[in-house]
Design a protein around this ligand. Structure first.
Ligand code: ZN
Length: 260
């Protein structure tokens, strides 16, 4: 039975640690932006590392990878990107990566950065799990760095097409700030309002708001709701523009969030 451990780091990053079989100490780390929190966690829980999975080149997602790989003599998996020379095995769309007794399918989802990939895990005894890096966040999405709005829009639509019960493990705890912005776009969204109360309570107890459920994202995340009149009307009003396509609405919504 697969178990996912959460390692909080820096101010709002999460490094996700996958333990494919709860009976074995073997684990795989996703996006270790620093080595020390991973060492500390592995030592405390008597676990060992078998591989490193990277989603994109940003420092807070990769900076611990080389040191961990050297210490444990393991491979670093990630996108084919000049900006991540540490990667020892490149992964491409549709590739399958074996992690002990489970396997992850690779999705290329450029947008936040051009080199962004996600890891999708399907097992017979759990919901699908998606490690989405900085592409989809709870009630939000990543900023545009070297990617473009149409690419990010397309990436999010691919993610939105996954099954309702998909659990999304994002790279950052941005949920409360994202909800405050989302309420400026959809102030009458009752799912969003009740979600705000629930997520505030989790943060007050020091509990992560992640992973998030894809079905809940479809109901509360404005970046997955650009096709709806409620979102279109607000984005047009706040950006003072007439917008025709969902992709244009998405691009304007992303700009509004940048300025929020
Ligand atoms: Zn990033």
């Amino acid at each position: 039975m697969l178990h996912i451990h959460t390692i909080p780091a820096f101010t709002d990053n999460y490094f996700w640690l996958l333990q494919p079989d709860i009976g074995s100490p073997d684990t795989y780390i996703v996006d270790p932006g620093a080595a020390q929190p991973v060492y500390d966690y592995l030592t405390k829980h008597k676990l060992t590392l078998q591989g490193i999975l990277l989603t994109h080149h940003h420092h807070d997602h990769i900076d611990g990878a080389a040191e961990l790989a050297e210490s444990f003599k393991i491979l670093i998996y990630g996108p084919d990107s000049k900006r991540i020379p540490q990667v020892t095995q490149h992964l491409y769309e549709g590739n399958r990566l074996q992690l002990g007794n489970i396997s992850a399918e690779i999705m290329e989802i450029p947008g936040h950065t051009l080199d962004h990939i996600a890891y999708l895990i399907n097992t017979p005894d759990s919901s699908p799990l998606l490690f989405s890096g900085d592409t989809l966040f709870a009630v939000g999405c990543g900023r545009l760095f070297d990617g473009t709005a149409p690419l990010l829009h397309q990436a999010l639509q691919r993610i939105a097409a996954l099954p309702d019960d998909t659990l999304v493990f994002c790279g950052h705890e941005y949920t409360l700030a994202n909800i405050r912005f989302a309420l400026t776009i959809e102030p009458d969204n009752t799912d969003l309002k009740s979600r705000q109360e629930i997520e505030i309570q989790k943060r007050e107890r020091g509990v992560p708001t992640l992973p998030t459920l894809l079905d809940l994202e479809r109901r509360t995340n404005p970046f997955l709701r650009c096709h709806l009149n409620s979102v279109r009307t607000s984005v047009e009003r706040l950006s003072n523009q007439t917008l025709t396509t969902d992709a244009e609405i998405f691009a304007s919504l992303r700009l509004l969030k940048d300025r929020f």
